[in-house]
Design a protein around this ligand. Structure first.
Ligand SMILES: Nc1nc2c(c(=O)[nH]1)N[C@H]1C(S)=C(S)[C@@H](COP(=O)(O)O)O[C@H]1N2
Ligand SMILES: [Mo]
Length: 546
């Protein structure tokens, strides 16, 4: 029989000397049950502490949390079909984000509890001398921390390049990885301390009932306190969450050619949007260029700038939908920045990064078009936080997902890569087809001979402009030209009015059809929003009563 190790030879336990057992005695089931409960509790408390550390890093330094990164990472593996099925199941993008973010926090706690169980078992083996060494448990906890960290960094690698205060991707990746290591180490430290506090240093036995309740109260109380603070930080984040505004459309009867900032349509992949500060935010222009450069905000805003009116539209904008808006942006042509950097001849694609880990890529040719823009003002104000403060890209002609908000890096590369939404299966073409909408919804009005009914609408031709709009009241057999009220520019929408003169009472189905500035006529080939954006005529029903 093995002799007790030094240290376990003295009074085995202050708490329960009478029940002291030799260190090598087989543990009873009651003992292991208690060990697992204590281990699980220690693991839970440690996981709460870790979650709190992750949230503090999020709040104080803008580091991405696993709850936010996991969803982004999974997007690449989910087809658009599955994505829409999930949207259905969770009641929209916001519901899905909530479930995903919350699910990861619950997952963290579960993994934390499992870690606690493993650690507790290791401690008991050490104490009983079964491993022949006394530090097995310590190595176990170090192993758990490192394994979880390597797993996280490996699995989340593509999205680690996220920093909500605006650090460019490489720095963001490094700091996120370090933040995870510190937080996971915090888990390890708290686990060891909590388990020790729960179990005591008693080599083999467990605390007496009286001592156990004191210990439980101490550790449980600390856990409750951690949970409270953590919940409070989560609540603060949730208050800033995108649930309340993601998917905001610009629609209604009172549309104006220039959309006020607070009504501009909004789409974001994020649970909580970036909130860059210009002290931290940088814009890198690099990759296959001669003179890579990192711009601070003042330097960027100090470059010769212009204004450009540009309309954006989301690829998810259904026929007649309001996921489109128009603003006057101040900034400069992207090609000015690229020319200053000196692209290598083999640089063929441009890859953009957002502070939120968002990516998109398109050919250099597109980036060099004179209207592809880097904006830092919107309608005379600094870019609002939700629209990409402090700087965003505008890519006229392509759907909104190509206009990266909170841009932190513009990189020249020599091969095609898929950005955030392309990985999910959107595209491959992101060219906006010409469209026209009625602004007003279906309505009824009384028939008055020779008095036309004014019907208003918008039309958008991507970066091709709008040359004319026609309206048909007979299902497309005959067309009459509408009046352009606001022609806009080649990269904006246009507003139009059609004076509809019904021949008598009845129900009329009007459809509109735009012709773009290059002579391309809008088609009625129905196409769903996925994967390349919706297409088809918008129709309006006008009931004309006698
Ligand atoms: N960094 C970043 N840029 C982004 C997005 C995003 O989630 N993150 N969403 C894209 C999508 S899908 C659209 S439609 C437009 C919306 O821009 P807005 O919210 O300013 O209207 O931004 C694009 N740029
Ligand atoms: Mo979008």
């Amino acid at each position: 029989m093995q002799v007790s190790k030094p240290g376990s030879a003295g009074p085995l336990s202050v708490d329960r000397p009478s029940r002291a057992v030799p260190a090598s005695a087989p543990a009873g089931t009651w003992h292991w049950a208690a060990v697992l409960v204590l281990g699980g509790l220690a693991g839970l408390v440690a996981a709460l502490g870790m979650t709190l550390l992750l949230l503090l890093f999020r709040q104080i330094l803008g580091f991405a949390t696993p709850s936010e990164m996991v969803g982004d990472r999974l997007t690449a593996f989910i087809s658009i079909k599955q994505f829409f099925a999930l949207l259905d199941q969770f009641g929209g993008y916001s519901g899905l984000k909530q479930a995903g973010g919350g699910g990861v926090i619950v997952g963290q706690l579960v993994v934390g509890i499992l870690g606690g169980l493993i650690y507790a078992a290791a401690v008991e083996r050490d104490v009983r001398g079964q491993t022949g060494r006394s530090r097995g448990a310590l190595w176990t906890v170090i192993g758990i921390v490192l394994a979880l960290w390597l797993l996280s960094v490996g699995l989340l690698w593509p999205v680690l390049a996220t920093n909500y205060f605006g650090l460019p991707p490489d720095t963001a990746r490094l700091t996120t990885a370090l933040g995870l290591l510190v937080s996971y180490s915090g888990y390890g430290v708290i686990l060891v301390l909590a388990y020790r506090a729960l179990r005591g240093r008693t080599p083999a036995g467990l605390p007496s009932a009286a001592s156990a309740s004191r210990r439980l109260l101490l550790v449980g109380g600390s856990g409750a306190l951690l949970a409270l603070v953590t919940a409070n930080l989560v609540r603060q984040l949730v208050q800033r969450a995108t649930f309340s505004y993601d998917g905001t459309e610009y629609r209604g009867d009172n549309l104006q050619p220039i959309t006020p900032n607070d009504r501009f349509y909004t789409v974001t992949k994020n649970i909580v949007d970036p909130d860059p500060t210009t002290a931290v935010w940088r814009l890198e222009v690099g990759g296959l260029v001669d003179r890579p450069h990192t711009y601070g905000f003042d330097e960027l805003a100090g470059l010769p700038s212009t204004t450009q009116e540009t309309t954006l539209m989301c690829i998810s904008n259904y026929v007649g939908g309001g996921l489109m808006s128009n603003a006057v942006w101040k900034g400069l042509a992207l090609r000015d920045l690229l020319a200053a950097a000196g692209p290598h001849p083999n640089g063929t694609q441009v890859l953009f990064y957002g502070a939120d880990g968002y990516t998109v890529s398109y050919p250099l040719e597109k980036a060099m078009e004179p209207t592809t823009f880097v904006a830092f003002e919107m309608n005379g104000e600094p870019l609002p936080a939700h629209h990409g403060f402090p700087a965003r890209v505008l890519t006229p002609g392509l759907f909104g997902l190509n206009s990266v908000k909170w841009v932190t890096r513009i990189e020249l590369i020599d091969h095609e890569v898929k950005g955030f939404y392309a990985q999910q299966g959107w595209g491959p073409s992101f060219v906006i087809p010409t469209r026209s909408n009625f602004i007003m919804g279906n309505f009824q009005t009384a028939f008055t001979r020779d008095v036309p009914i004014s019907v208003r609408g918008i039309a958008f031709g991507g970066n091709r402009g709008v040359a004319r709009v026609d309206v048909s009241a007979d299902g497309g057999q005959t067309w009459q030209e509408a009046r352009i009220d606001y022609p806009g520019t080649p990269v904006t929408w246009a507003f139009w009015t059609f004076d509809f003169l019904p021949s008598g009472p009845g129900e009329y189905h009007l459809v509109a059809r735009a012709t773009d500035g290059q002579g391309g006529v809008q088609t009625n080939d129905y196409r769903d929003t996925q994967p390349e954006g919706a297409n088809g005529f918008h129709s309006l029903t006008v009931g004309v009563t006698a």
